[in-house]
Design a protein around this ligand. Structure first.
Ligand code: NDP
Length: 703
């Protein structure tokens, strides 16, 4: 094969750099020009100072240089008809005609096509009139999705949470005509993870690329304003092979066919912005070109000759399905501080030459031998790895070699793929409660009475009031008898002990619970000891704790019992694993440690004086934190893949309910994690009910 082809790439961002980079690997390509290009592209192609929408200029240049193939990056060039002009002049070009580009440039056209050909997307209506649009939006559930029907540089979509926001957006789009005169499409709000599926398309022929996901928001945790994209990765674990197959056949191939039937066949890249909703995969939007920054992570995986594919599509001839490497890629964007708002330009970037990964330039320029920032998104570092974690580690390691005070990046790219799954204590406890409800019904039939729980609350501590109310409510829900005994804050220890004695002797009472903490004048230990061992449903009585350590039948303390159920829910086999328990109270930490030991885990129990706690927690396959202080465990203290149980239940300085673990940071390391609230708390209550039923059974069976 002769290496004699001359290629012109139209565009200048990171996407074009990735296209140029892929073309430079082609055995057929002799020389690449890029208009206008940038400082990074200049290392692999000759940059031509022509704007991407200067169709006349580009056409003249292509003729003059005898370009074999022109490849168009940005949508602006396509929508001004660059492809139509080149074709009319008999030049070979990769990209859609102006008519086909409407799949991106007109939201309404895209919706009509999808409707007509049964391609799944959100329900919608389109409006020209402000009042009609407003009435429609206000009559429907919020949030409302409003899309300006035209090119609006990514700013034409508003998700309005409230009527005021919707009105302001409609006013700006339809009355103030911020983006020009046009229509607005009002769509149903869908939920689920979004992903990008791109394909080279030539009429009905579709050549799919690997799936990717980008991160639109400026800051970690998907916070902050929308941007052009702050990073992307491939190898999406939440999309199954069936999902992909459906998206390929039911969406990309169906759309390619539909566009042929509509008389405007595609001949470039079709980009499906898709969402995996609870009702299946749906189209959020189509683009008529390579996505940015997805292209930067997808094209490095291409093993086939990209020139071959571009040329086949441009000529309308069949090509072989492209071959993609099995690895995954991840890329992080370095952006100018201030972006997507205003930001300074011209800051020097150092160290790029030391980076051992792909660096795609987005907005850079070279002046006097120095590399300078020249845009909002400045460059993207992309690395390959065997899995996402490895690729991400590599990217962040390499990013560390670049120094420039004017830049920032997100630290959590691919968090959706790497974040631990939630151990939903609320859902699990609901299941247990349903089972108990059924069991209690049967017990009543068999023994002629229901299990019964007596709850004592002393004083009016608001948190205790809430806990107690929940416990009584749950007892009623599962069909038990329950009795709430309220005693004054200044009650004497004697009076409380007397009450406990009465309940101990009451044959109708199976379980006794005294809500802790107790006022200062009362000795908690004496109170716990006073509850009859066989009625201690909390499992705090010394004899219960003793029996637990001896491995004898007893009431297992509720919180530790619930924690073990949550750990089991993760599916981890504890035998041989290392478990670390932080906090060694008698009611949480120590019993948890014992239950973990009984499952043949190696258990380390740490407390407030444990030196270098991080070196201990980093060993944990299972990490249980029961300390009662915010952020005792941060993300860097969690071993990748660990199961993390946050028992803590505190209020932070802002009064917000929080646990002991930094949830956002830890979730990026953990394979499973409990949230606060919604993790251990609901399980404690469910276990309390279970213990009451067990105490009931012990008593009726003894009797
Ligand atoms: P305690 O105060 O009785 O015990 C806390 C333990 O944490 C102590 O053993 C203490 O160790 C240890 N500790 C304190 N600071 C540190 C530190 N910096 N590093 C390591 N260990 C430390 O509390 P509980 O065990 O009763 O409860 C712990 C948390 O769990 C609380 O937030 C509580 O609200 C919550 N909880 C939640 C329940 C639920 O249902 N969700 C039920 C029960 C508790 P040392 O002894 O060395 O001082």
């Amino acid at each position: 094969m002769a290496q004699d082809k001359k290629v012109l790439v139209v565009g200048g961002g990171g996407r074009c750099h990735a296209i140029v980079d892929a073309l430079s690997r082609s055995p057929q390509v002799a020389k690449i020009w890029c208009a206008p290009g940038n400082a990074g592209i200049a290392q692999q192609a000759e940059c031509v100072p022509l704007k991407d929408t200067d169709v006349e200029g580009l056409l003249a240049f292509a003729k003059e240089q005898g370009i074999d193939l022109t490849v168009v990056g940005p949508e602006a060039a396509l929508s001004v008809g660059i492809v139509d002009a080149f074709r009319a002049a008999g030049l070979r070009i990769f990209g859609h005609t102006k008519a086909a580009t409407r799949i991106e440039s007109s939201k309404e056209f895209a919706k009509v096509v999808m409707d007509k050909y049964g391609i799944p997307t959100a329900g919608y209506r389109s409006f020209e009139d402000f009042q009609e649009a407003l009435d429609y939006v206000n009559a429907r559930p919020f949030p409302a999705v409003l899309k300006y029907d035209g090119l609006a540089a990514g700013k034409g979509v508003v998700i309005a949470a409230k009527p005021e926001e919707a009105e302001a957006a409609l006013r700006s789009m339809l009355l103030d005509e911020t983006f020009g005169k046009g229509r607005v499409v009002v769509e149903d709000f869908l939920t689920g993870p979004e992903f990008s599926f791109m394909a080279f398309v030539d009429g009905e022929r579709v050549y799919p690329m690997p799936l990717a996901q980008d991160h639109k928001r400026a800051f970690d945790g998907d916070k902050g304003p929308n941007t052009g994209g702050m990073g992307a990765y491939t190898g999406l674990p939440f999309i199954t092979e069936e999902d992909r197959e459906f998206a390929l056949k039911g969406i990309l191939e169906a759309t390619a066919k539909a566009m042929c039937a509509e008389g405007c066949p595609l001949s470039g890249v079709l980009y499906g912005g898709l969402m995996k909703t609870p009702d299946g995969i749906k189209v959020i939007e189509f683009n008529a070109r390579f996505g940015d920054p997805e292209t930067e992570v997808v094209l490095p995986l291409l093993e086939s000759d990209i020139y071959e594919i571009f040329e086949a599509v441009a000529c309308g001839r069949a090509a072989a399905q492209p071959v993609w490497r099995e690895a995954v890629t991840l890329g992080v964007v370095l952006a100018s501080k201030g972006y997507p708002g205003s930001y300074p330009k011209g800051a020097e970037i150092c160290g790029v030459e030391n980076v051992d990964a792909k660096v795609y330039h987005m907005g850079t320029k070279r002046e006097g031998g120095k590399l300078l920032t020249a845009g909002g998104r400045v460059m993207m570092v992309v690395a390959e790895g065997a899995d996402i974690r490895a690729a991400r580690q590599k990217v962040y390691d390499e990013l560390g070699k670049i120094s420039c005070d004017a830049l920032f990046c997100r630290r959590d790219i691919a968090h959706v793929a790497l974040d631990g799954r939630i151990l939903d204590g609320k859902a699990l406890s609901d299941r247990i409660k349903e089972e108990l409800k059924e069991r209690v019904g049967k017990l009543e039939v068999k023994y002629g009475r229901k299990p019964s729980l007596a709850v004592i609350i002393v004083g009016n501590n608001p948190a205790s009031q809430v806990y107690v109310r929940n416990k009584v409510k749950t007892a009623i829900y599962v069909g038990m008898n329950s009795r709430l005994i309220t005693m004054a804050e200044d009650v004497t220890e004697e009076a409380l002990l007397q009450m406990i004695d009465t309940l101990n002797r009451d044959p109708e009472v199976d379980g006794i619970l005294v809500q802790l903490p107790l006022p200062k004048q009362i000795d908690e230990a004496r109170v716990i000891d006073a509850i009859a061992k066989e009625k201690d449903v909390d499992g705090f009585h010394v004899l219960n704790v003793g029996d637990l350590w001896l491995g004898r039948h007893c009431s297992v303390p509720c919180t530790p019992k619930g924690i073990l159920r949550l750990i089991d829910e993760s599916g981890i086999d504890l035998c041989g694993k290392t478990a670390v328990v932080v906090g060694r109270s008698n009611i949480v930490g120590k019993p948890v440690a014992k239950l973990l030991l009984d499952r043949n885990a190696t258990v380390i129990i740490a407390h407030s004086r444990t030196k270098d706690l991080k070196s201990v927690t980093l060993q944990a396959d299972v990490l249980v934190v029961a300390v009662g202080r915010e952020n005792v465990v941060t993300g860097d203290m969690v071993k990748p893949g660990a199961v993390v149980i946050d028992v803590g239940m505190n209020r932070n300085a802002a009064g917000k309910l929080c646990g002991d673990v930094d949830f956002v940071g830890a979730r990026q390391q953990a394979s499973w994690i409990t949230p606060v609230p919604g993790g251990v708390g609901p399980m404690t209550i469910a276990m309390l009910m279970e213990n009451t039923v067990e105490c009931f059974l012990d008593r009726v069976e003894k009797a």
